[in-house]
Write a protein that binds this ligand. Structure first.
Ligand code: SF4
Length: 326
């Protein structure tokens, strides 16, 4: 199981899901359930350390949007061991194979020699069937992509690019400090190297209308990414948005609105795109709002129920698009 830890009873019905769940793809590919261990490799972010900008994305907290719970500075091998042990306490002998997920901050923001050493923990662990690397689209130069391609020839490898919105005015408003064009360029340069690409979107960002959110989805569909993560805008302690929200400057969508926009989004994504996640991953003690986003199972259940009510599934509304027509 990947992303949010759903209980076993919730996994029993994945074959009936109206979308192409990543965890089901993993189970089919590797013959058993795969669990994800999130890691904090101690990176910084070019949007915080001045390489690109300072201050960070306005939704991001001091942990670099990490859902990882090991104490800071825990060696990566130990983080892996602790994460695997946590899944094994919960799922017993079923938890045997894992993906090492380099999640916190920007996990390609270092010289290639350091990256190679950091990735060693996941690449060499015999129980890791793959690794996933979260990063920014402006932080994957040719030497980094060459390293990732070499790793992908030896191990199942995903790179996860945060886009959040395919609208430069929205990216500027949330201080993303990269452009849509840089994202498109990164995806195109990553293709053909054996690396699977997952793109992240946040629905409900300030300034993004429902039509704009669907244009973001259409861009991902036109680029042919292999995976997508979508979550609703949530406000966490320590972020710039926390202050904006508390001053009444950031409206948040209701669960009903989010469910509608996610269903609209799924209908526009071709079936072959794996859906990695449809809910947020904020640590519970950091989440300020919306309260409904704490209840992931209820959100997922409402999405599935709405698609069944509509009689649609992922890809049922796919249009013919190319990045150039976007
Ligand atoms: S969300 Fe990612 S890119 Fe933005 S400031 Fe946080 S770590 Fe950096």
């Amino acid at each position: 199981m990947v992303g949010c830890p759903l209980p076993v009873r919730a996994m029993a019905s994945v074959d009936l899901l109206p979308y192409n769940l990543f965890s089901r793809h993993l189970q089919e590919r590797f013959g058993e359930k795969i669990f994800k261990v999130t890691l904090d490799a101690g990176f910084d972010c070019p949007n915080r350390d001045g390489t690109r900008a300072r201050g960070g994305c306005t939704f991001c907290d001091a942990s670099g949007s990490s859902a990882q719970v090991s104490p800071p500075a825990t060696p990566l091998d130990e983080q892996l061991r602790l994460g695997m042990a946590g899944w094994q306490r919960k799922f017993g002998e079923k938890a045997r194979k894992f993906i090492a997920y380099y999640q916190a901050f920007t996990n390609t923001h270092a010289p290639v020699d350091r990256l190679r050493e950091v990735y060693r923990a996941g690449m060499e662990h015999p129980d890791c069937i793959g690794i996933a690397i979260g990063t920014r689209p402006d932080c994957v130069g040719e030497p980094v992509l060459e390293l990732l391609a070499e790793m992908a020839s030896r191990k199942y490898l995903w790179v996860e690019y945060g886009l959040q919105s395919a609208h430069d005015q929205t990216l500027a408003r949330i201080n993303r400090a990269h452009t849509v064009a840089e994202f498109v360029d990164a995806v195109r340069r990553t293709r053909g190297r054996g690396i699977e690409v997952c793109a992240h979107l946040i629905h409900g960002l300030p300034g993004d209308t429902p039509a704009m959110m669907l244009q973001s989805v259409d861009l991902l569909a036109s680029l042919g990414v292999e995976g997508v993560k979508i979550h609703s805008l949530h406000i966490v302690k320590g972020s710039v948005m926390a202050g904006q929200y508390l001053r009444g400057e950031i409206p948040l969508m209701s669960r009903t609105e989010y469910v509608q926009w996610v269903c609209d989004s799924l209908e526009r994504l071709p079936w072959q795109i794996k859906i990695h996640r449809l809910t947020g991953d904020a640590l519970p003690h950091l989440l300020i709002a919306p309260e409904w986003s704490r209840h992931k199972l209820a959100v997922l259940g409402a999405i599935q129920q709405e698609m069944r009510r509509r009689g649609t599934r992922q890809g049922s509304g796919v249009r013919s698009l190319t990045p150039d027509t976007y």
